[in-house]
Design a protein around this ligand. Structure first.
Ligand SMILES: Cc1cc2nc3c(=O)[nH]c(=O)nc-3n(C[C@H](O)[C@H](O)[C@H](O)COP(=O)(O)O)c2cc1C
Length: 325
């Protein structure tokens, strides 16, 4: 089976503007997961809450909406809302590790409660909403054993894909994603599993794909935010063209800049939005500090645009096969 690549969601970074521009200039991904949308209790989900996944903002981009919830009614309302927008898949976030989320038993905080997850799935699946449910999860909250009773629960339900980021919630991003725990999961499920975590270059991908020859779903986050040519290269190196890649980065960031400017209050907000994007992108240059330094200091539009031009003119952009973790 051919590998399929998914762009991981990043709250605050990979909004619709980012995803659409990414797909337009770089591609390489089969699905673009939107950052999570939280449930709103028993109240019908307001249209404005769904703005990031409005079809008119996601044109030509294979977008998957994601939600965060610990309540069956809420999940039903979200699935109905996504389905009404025309989506055929929605992704349940069972991975968010941050205290303000996990502390309220949501995201990775719900993972220790297999019975509650089972009850939610029963109530949701009974309603037969015409939308596939996929799951993105960590291996547990405090312990990576949480996942095993959950895989048993999932066997009872129709779940289109399960993407596992094999870290615990309390681990945040420390340590390595555990290939050993992922391997244990493989033998405990009949669902399609995907890997997420620490694919940042060819070496990290090759190590995983050799170890898991039957896995063909790969979700990439930070590595793809850093080098937007990585997924395309992994798909087929011949699709990647280094000659025009800097120009693509220029156009990509310019589109985000322009589109953000039309949707936000002021230039400061736009520049603040561009900086984390550039912080990631700078890692695909031979000298990441030099690549980010000029942009980091800017506060005005003209200064920012000049810094981008200077960076692209003076700094050396690496090809995906030159990245080295
Ligand atoms: C700032 C930030 C925001 C994130 N937002 C989300 C989110 O909304 N939904 C989600 O499922 N994961 C979110 N993640 C996790 C990433 O999607 C991904 O699972 C994680 O970075 C591990 O993959 P990677 O090693 O390929 O980056 C976020 C991570 C970061 C650092």
């Amino acid at each position: 089976m051919n590998n399929r690549f998914y762009l991981a969601p990043f709250q605050g970074i990979t909004d619709a503007i980012y995803r659409v521009s990414y797909h337009k200039y770089f591609g390489g991904f089969d699905k673009y997961f939107a950052p999570y949308i939280s449930g709103t209790g028993d109240v019908k989900v307001a249209k404005s809450k769904l703005k990031d996944v409005w079809p008119e903002y996601n044109i030509d981009t294979p977008t998957i909406p994601q939600f965060l919830s610990k309540d069956a009614n809420e999940v039903l309302l979200l699935l109905e809302a996504f389905s009404a927008l025309g989506y055929t898949e929605a992704n349940w976030n069972l991975g968010c590790p941050f205290q303000k989320v996990a502390g309220k038993k949501r995201g990775s905080g719900l993972l220790p409660y297999a019975d509650e997850i089972k009850s939610i799935l029963h109530q949701v699946k009974d309603k037969g909403i015409p939308i596939d449910l996929s799951i993105k999860m960590r291996t547990g909250y405090k312990t990576d054993r949480d996942i095993f009773p959950l895989l048993d629960v999932f066997e009872e339900f129709d779940i289109s894909e399960i993407i596992i980021h094999p870290r615990t919630g309390i681990q945040l991003y420390k340590g390595l994603a555990s290939a050993d725990v992922f391997e244990e999961c493989l033998s405990k499920t009949t669902h399609s599993l995907g890997w997420n975590g620490d694919i940042v270059d060819l070496k990290s991908f090759n190590t995983l794909s050799q170890r898991f020859p039957n896995i063909y779903l790969w979700m990439i986050g930070r590595g793809a935010l850093s080098h937007p040519g990585l997924a395309l290269w992994l798909k087929d190196p011949n699709l990647y063209n280094h000659e025009d890649f800097k120009e693509k980065i220029f156009n990509f960031t310019k589109d985000i800049y322009d589109a953000t400017l039309t949707r936000t209050q002021g230039i400061n907000q736009v520049i603040d939005r561009m900086k984390p994007i550039w912080l990631y992108l700078s890692r695909s240059f031979s000298d990441p500090n030099a690549a980010f330094r000029r942009i980091r200091k800017t506060t005005e539009a003209r200064e920012y645009l000049l810094a981008v031009e200077e960076t692209l003119k003076n700094e050396i952009l690496l090809r995906p096969d030159e990245l080295n973790s």
